[in-house]
Design a protein around this ligand. Structure first.
Ligand code: NAI
Length: 327
C-alpha cells in the first residue's frame, strides 16, 4: 500500500477551501491511486468552520482520504507536508494601501515559509494561491532558505484556463484543440496572455484572430476576469480557482502532455529577461516532477512591452517587501 501524501491547505474554511478539499480527497489532485492526509490550517476564529468542513469530508467516505488534521499552528500544519496549498491571505480592503497589504501578507507568508523550512517533508511542493500570489510566494520562499527555490510557485493557471476558454469560444473550437497558451508575468491586471505562440490545429492563434480583438477584447477580458466574476456573482472566483490549483499540482506531479505546455509562476532563473528570483509566470512544462521554463521562444515587440510592464510591477512589489524587511 502506498503511504499517504500529506496535503496542507491554508485558509481551509474559506470559499476556495470549500471548493478544493473535496476534490483533493477524491483523488483529483495527485491521482486516483494516491491516498492523502489533509491538514487544514486556519486562524482561530475559523477553526470551527473548518471542523464543519471536515465533518462533511468524513461524510463523503472517500476511499483515498486517510485522515484530517485541523490546526491554527503552522508548525503543526506543515509538519511532514508533501504539498502545501497556501490559499489563506489578507484581502485588500477599501482604502488599503499596497504597503499595508504587503505588510499584512508578510505577516502570514513569512511565518508559513519558516514553518515549511523547519518542518515540511524533503519533497515539499508549494503553490501560493492567496493574493498578491506572486509576491506572497516570494516572501514564503525567502523565509525557507533550506528548501530549493523551484519548489515555490504561484498560481496563474486560472488565468491560463480563462485564456483557453475565451479563445476557444471566439474560434468556436473545443478547448482541447488549443496548445501552448502562455500567461506571462504577475497574477494581476498587468498579466499578459500570449497568443503569438498558442496553436490551434497547428496554426498560430494570433493569426486566426484580428489584432483589435486580441488587443482590445481578449487581453483585457482575461486580465480582468476576476473583477467580472465578482461583479456577476457577488463573490470572487472560488470553484474555478480551486480547479486551477488542482490542475497546477496534478501537472507538477504527473507531468504535462508532450507537445503542449502550461503556465505557472515560478522563481525566475533570468529567462526572457525576467530578473532572477522574481516569481513570475512563464510557459512551463513539467518533467520528472519539476517545472522547466520553455526556452527559445521568439518574443515580438507587442509581447515584449507587455511582459516588461508586468515584470516591472513584480519588481515594484519585490522592492516594497524588501523595504519592509519581509525578504
Ligand atoms: P476567503 O476569504 O473565503 O477565505 C480565506 C480564508 O483564509 C479564511 O477562511 C481565513 O480565515 C483564512 N486565513 C486568513 N489568514 C490566515 C492564516 N494566517 N492562516 C490560515 N488561514 C488564514 O477567500 P477565498 O475566496 O477562499 O480566496 C482566498 C485567496 O485566494 C484570496 O487571497 C484571493 O484573492 C485568492 N485568489 C487567487 C486566485 C489566483 O488565481 N491566484 C484566484 C481567486 C482567488
Amino acid at each position: 500500500a502506498k503511504t499517504p501524501v500529506k496535503v496542507t491547505v491554508t485558509g481551509a474554511a474559506g470559499q476556495i477551501g470549500y471548493a478544493l478539499l473535496f476534490r483533493i480527497a477524491s483523488g483529483q489532485l495527485l491521482g486516483s491511486d494516491v491516498p492523502v492526509k489533509l491538514s487544514l490550517l486556519e486562524i482561530p476564529q475559523a477553526i470551527k468552520a473548518a471542523e464543519g468542513t471536515a465533518m462533511e469530508l468524513d461524510d463523503c467516505a472517500f476511499p483515498l482520504l486517510r485522515g484530517i488534521e485541523i490546526t491554527d499552528d503552522p508548525n503543526v500544519a506543515f509538519d511532514g507536508a508533501n504539498v502545501a496549498l497556501l490559499v489563506g491571505a489578507r484581502p485588500r480592503t477599501k482604502g488599503m494601501e499596497r504597503r499595508d497589504l504587503l505588510e499584512a501578507n508578510g505577516g502570514i507568508f513569512g511565518p508559513q515559509g519558516r514553518a515549511i523550512n523547519e518542518h515540511a517533508a524533503d519533497d515539499i511542493r508549494v503553490l501560493v494561491v492567496g493574493n498578491p500570489a506572486n509576491t506572497n510566494a516570494l516572501i514564503a520562499r525567502s523565509a525557507a532558505p533550506d528548501v530549493p527555490a523551484e519548489r515555490f510557485t504561484a498560481m496563474t493557471r486560472l488565468d491560463h484556463n480563462r485564456a483557453l476558454s475565451q479563445l476557444a469560444q471566439k474560434l468556436d473550437v473545443p478547448v482541447s484543440d488549443i496548445k501552448k497558451m502562455t500567461i506571462w508575468g504577475n497574477h494581476s491586471a498587468t498579466q499578459y496572455p500570449d497568443l503569438y505562440h498558442a496553436e490551434v490545429g497547428g496554426k498560430i492563434a494570433a493569426e486566426l484572430v484580428d489584432e483589435a480583438w486580441l488587443r482590445d477584447t481578449f487581453i483585457p477580458t482575461v486580465a480582468k476576469r476576476g473583477a467580472a466574476i465578482i461583479e456577476a456573482r457577488g463573490a470572487s472566483s472560488a470553484a474555478s480557482a480551486a480547479n486551477a490549483a488542482i490542475d497546477h499540482v496534478y501537472d507538477w506531479v504527473n507531468g504535462t502532455p508532450e507537445g503542449d505546455w502550461t503556465s505557472a509562476a515560478v522563481v525566475s532563473d533570468g529567462s526572457y529577461g525576467v530578473p532572477e528570483g522574481l516569481v513570475s509566470s512563464f510557459p512551463v512544462v513539467s518533467r520528472n516532477g519539476r517545472w522547466e521554463i520553455v526556452q527559445g521562444l521568439e518574443i515580438n515587440e507587442f509581447s515584449r512591452e507587455r511582459i516588461d510592464a508586468s515584470v516591472r510591477e513584480l519588481e515594484e512589489e519585490r522592492d516594497a517587501v524588501r523595504a519592509l524587511g519581509l525578504i
